[in-house]
Design a protein around this ligand. Sequence first.
Ligand code: SF4
Length: 493
Amino acid sequence: MTRRWLFADQLGPHFAPGRDGVLLVESRAALGRRRYHRQKLHLVLSALRHRAAELGDSAVVLRTDTYGEALAEIGEPVRVYEPTSHAADDFVRRRLASGEVEGIDPTPGFSLPREDFAQWAGGRRRLRMDDFYRFQRQRLDLLVEGDRPVGGRWSFDEDNREPPPKGADTLGVPAAYRPRESDIDAEVRDDLDRWTREDGLETVGEDGPRLFAVTRREALAALERFVTHRLGPFGPHEDAMLRGDWAMAHSLLSVPLNLGLLSPVEVAERAVQALHDGDAPLASVEGFVRQVIGWREYVWHVYWHAGPAYRRRNGLGARTALPAWWGELEAERVDAACLSDVLEGVRDRGWVHHIPRLMVLGNWAAQRGYDPDALTEWFQTRFVDGYDWVMPANVVGMSQHADGGAMATKPYVSGGAYIDRMSDYCGGCRYNPRKRVGDDACPFTAGYWAYLDRNADRLEGNHRMARPLQGRHRLIDLEALVEQERARGDSPP
Ligand code: SF4
């Protein structure tokens, strides 16, 4: 006699109902606990309500202020799958102790159980993503022949770093799957409007048409569209940015994956099938498979393995508060063409792909010494695919190098030259990526050198940074540059 309480990110069929059906809870407190992007709340609510409609009579749907109230109202013990945040984990464990939760089952949302990761991590000194990824490929029998990787290499990353095609405004690939909004979306929009107007719900970012899949049917259609039409060009251009093409050839599957609508293994297997069907080349398939069963699962396990304290690591002593224009996504106040366009994307869609996140937003934040914990919160709430488990490793580890190099061997900072090579932003910018001092000095180029100068002592032992650190001594204008960037303060560039 058990009902299964499924959380709002456990909505696919692999999260099995209990024998007595399902409990779904819409907690008003959870929606308003943080200042989320308006479209993030829309997606979560829409997904939850669509799932409730699919389950019909087998689901009890409770709209309560808190989860505790929902458990009291249902009045019988429920089973749960491992939730996806430390706070929710604490909550269900307390309720397990009190008897309101009957049991906690391993989540089917990720391919590797947490105990198995702990075993893999064992006595390893460093938890390298590349090692984990190989382990996953072999374990799941994906793109391997015996012990060897298909094509002779585990990673085709080097083939997947092409700049955008010269002179092109868009990548020119078939459009991504675009869902059609339903009556449920209209109802969600009305509710969010009303709660904002009458109940003081505070969101950030603009509302807009729903761009991401929120049902199993939509998620499968999005997956099919991607693997048959877009996966091929995804690989070579996965790091490129074009002002006129926000989606490029990216899958846009992070939202349905993180809502639990697709299982990572089925997604990776479908991509491998595309290779066999001749729909996509090996380098593209490998790059995508690495994202799904490599990086995504690695980030998940680091979240649990490193514990809640990981998020507060601050190895470079970065303490700058996030400025208001950044927090409010005020793209129109930013002159720097790259940063303005990317912030606009976050404001209008709550989504930009991994390179604008890493090499524009993260790069800027690192250069300015934004506090990593506050920045993690910013990414988590401003992005439609952001969740508590997603951002710490991505932001604290990968992007801000704040974990002392436990995850990334060097900081992901660069000057304007990288952005110029990988995008079409600089041509239309009032700044010049080659200039580091003066009115038209690129704030990313100047910021890069100021970052190295500020963090020189802390990065000194990192052999991958030896050359850049040495390079700053050759700049005759280093002092003026550092002063220029100090004077910029927290103004938008
Ligand atoms: Fe960005 Fe600098 Fe290029 Fe302008 S010149 S788009 S600020 S990298």
